[in-house]
Design a protein around this ligand. Sequence first.
Ligand SMILES: Nc1ncnc2c1ncn2[C@@H]1O[C@H](COP(=O)(O)OP(=O)(O)OP(=O)(O)O)[C@@H](O)[C@H]1O
Length: 235
Amino acid sequence: MSQPAIAVTNLDHFFGKGELKKQVLFGINLVIKTGEIVILTGPSGSGKTTLLSLMGGLRSPQMGSLKILDTELVQADPLTALECRRQCGYIFQAHNLHSSLTALENVMMGLEVHGCFTRSARQTKATEMLNLVGLGQRVNYYPENLSGGQKQRVAIARALVSHPQILLADEPTAALDKQSGRDVVNLMQHLAQEQGCTILLVTHDNRILDIADRIIYMEDGRLKEDSIADLYPGH
Ligand SMILES: Nc1ncnc2c1ncn2[C@@H]1O[C@H](COP(=O)(O)OP(=O)(O)OP(=O)(O)O)[C@@H](O)[C@H]1O
């Protein structure tokens, strides 16, 4: 069997120090297989974003074990964390595009961390990716001249242009209407499946739960996989 994309064992996480120290994740255990699409849902403040940012190497894990593509991130050196970030693509609720850059330049930024492509190679790859997300006619548009759904499609293109092994998405449809939200997740699913990418998606949006192979529910910093059948009957 191939190695899991993500393996988390007894992971705890604390914010703050001294009297203000507060535990937000409690004994998280989770294995996500390569190519799996997993949705993480649960109430506001339950710790979903914290877990996602630990998995993506955006925050340092403190206790327990967190392996991304078989690399341990607990107590890892900065270079290892950087390498992990390079393997992951990110999509956030607010698309986080640079307003002073065109759609094309924003997507090219997704290749900059890799440092191994010439400007013209980055331009070609970014153009191809914008074509794939249906924005071939908008490459020179600035974000302010794109709709919410189009901006999110640029963000998807930026996240996937480097062919990451893992795609981490935090509320990617929260700012979108029903149809744009559906289009965006279908696109994510399609492109990621084509690239053999594993997806972990945090969402409150019940309308997109059907794209998941598995839904995990988080409450008060703990995972509650068993309760899903009760919460979403028929899924
Ligand atoms: N940088 C931080 N410093 C201190 N506490 C934090 C920090 N980030 C998050 N928290 C706290 O950690 C807990 C979990 O927050 P987190 O953002 O992970 O939850 P969430 O489930 O993603 O919520 P939402 O659905 O509202 O985005 C909350 O109590 C939050 O206040």
